[in-house]
Design a protein around this ligand. Structure first.
Ligand SMILES: Cc1ncc(C[n+]2csc(CCOP(=O)(O)OP(=O)(O)O)c2C)c(N)n1
Length: 382
């Protein structure tokens, strides 16, 4: 394994002094190092990976320097458009260093949502004509690769990528940023939703630990999983899946008078990633959608890196987008109270929670497809 400090110093020696991206668990030690060791105005957690590419391009236009963009390979999808239609050599030819966490690497056990992505990551980069290496886990080889990266960039004027395998970076311990214990945990908030959700409902939960916690809570209360859609990948799209379900139910559910409630359990990082979804919901106003954002101001599931949600008025945005009932709660009692009156049109509840999860949190034991089939059967039975 290599030190994040070593890798960053190699880059900095070659003039890279701007770091933007969306975090990944495979890059958490790199992000932790950057957070504490580079000036705050040069380290940016972007709302999505495409935004990070654009941000880095802008920095290059202003400085001529070669910025670095970090992301999980899941984020390549968000980045493809700006990589090919902004930074590419056929367009503005922007030199970029990409550092990409390689989830789902063939032969390495991982979650289903990473499997295809991991299998095709190299081919995707190849199709985009972005040269890459798998970052070595040993300093001499890694140093050689960094030299190769900047030689390639000097030759092509375009991007070069490092694919980062599991256990490439040595642990970097950040100073503790433990939050006050007064706030609920995400899991406690989800428990309150699961145990006091109104009537017949389905829950569309967001990417990361929220979905795992929901799955475990359904086990704990022996509730079955057929009412849940776990958005295990596709970060930021849970609320649009819910909107689609709501539209479908409105057309086909027999019990139109009392439609199935569709509850979104979103994360702050996820909601910021595709914030435009709020505008779609707010304008379309499906009356049976309850959008809950569990705001821990962090990308908790991949290492706790901060989002910008602590500086953004999510309720104000929801209101401005047209949500009819908007609330912000900080306690379990307030959340339970808020959940009592959710049949008055499109509702948004921001739940302020603390970071962190149980150490022994499990993972769904049924496959995504099994979950989907059970959910479809449940929804279509109305
Ligand atoms: C497009 C994409 N980028 C990055 C990731 C990696 N990822 C998985 S969960 C997560 C953090 C989600 O943060 P948030 O929505 O705030 O929920 P929390 O983990 O804090 O509960 C990230 C960045 C991903 N799955 N997909």
């Amino acid at each position: 394994m290599i030190e994040a400090a070593f890798f960053c110093n190699e880059l900095r020696e070659r003039g890279t002094d701007f770091f933007a991206g969306v975090p990944d668990s495979l890059l958490k030690h790199l992000c932790a190092y950057l957070a504490e060791n580079v000036p705050a105005d040069t380290y940016h957690i972007a709302v999505n990976e495409g935004a990070a590419v654009a941000l880095a391009c802008g920095y290059h236009f202003a400085t001529g320097k070669i910025p670095l963009i970090f992301m999980q390979n899941s984020g390549l999808g968000n980045a493809v458009n700006p990589l090919l239609s902004l930074a590419d050599g056929d367009v503005y030819r922007v030199p970029l260093v990409l550092v990409i966490g390689w989830r789902g690497e063939p032969g390495v056990p991982d979650e289903p949502q990473h499997s295809k992505q991991g299998r095709v990551t190299r081919e995707l980069l190849g199709a985009m004509e972005i040269p890459f290496v798998v970052l070595a886990k040993e300093e001499t080889a890694a140093r050689r690769q960094v030299a190769e990266c900047y030689e390639s960039i000097a030759r092509t004027g375009s991007a070069f990528a490092f694919l980062v395998q599991k256990d490439t970076f040595l642990p970097y311990r950040m100073k503790s940023d433990e939050e006050s214990g007064a706030l609920m945990s995400r899991e406690e908030a989800i428990e309150a939703v699961v145990t006091s959700a109104p009537g017949d409902h389905v829950i569309v939960s967001t990417t990361g630990m929220a979905s795992r916690e929901l799955y475990e809570l359904r086990e704990k209360y022996r509730m079955g999983h057929e009412r849940d859609f776990l958005t295990v990948g596709s970060m930021g799209h849970a609320s649009q899946i819910a909107l689609g379900i709501a539209h479908g139910c409105a057309r086909s559910c027999a019990r139109q008078k009392n439609p199935l409630r569709v509850i979104v359990l979103d994360g702050d990082g996820a909601v910021l990633m595709h914030l435009g979804a709020l505008a779609s919901l707010g304008v379309e106003k499906p009356e049976n959608v309850l959008h809950i954002v569990l705001n821990n101001r962090a990308h908790d599931s991949v290492g706790g890196q901060p989002t910008i949600a602590g500086h953004v008025d999510l309720c104000g945005i929801a209101r401005a987008c047209g949500y009819e009932r908007v609330l912000r709660v900080e306690t379990r009692a307030a959340l339970q109270e808020a959940l009592k009156n959710t049949d008055n049109g499109l509702t948004f509840i921001e739940v302020v929670v603390k970071k962190g999860s149980r150490q022994d949190l499990g993972r769904p034991r049924s496959t995504p497809e099994e979950n989907k089939i059970a959910l479809m059967r449940y929804v279509q039975s109305f």
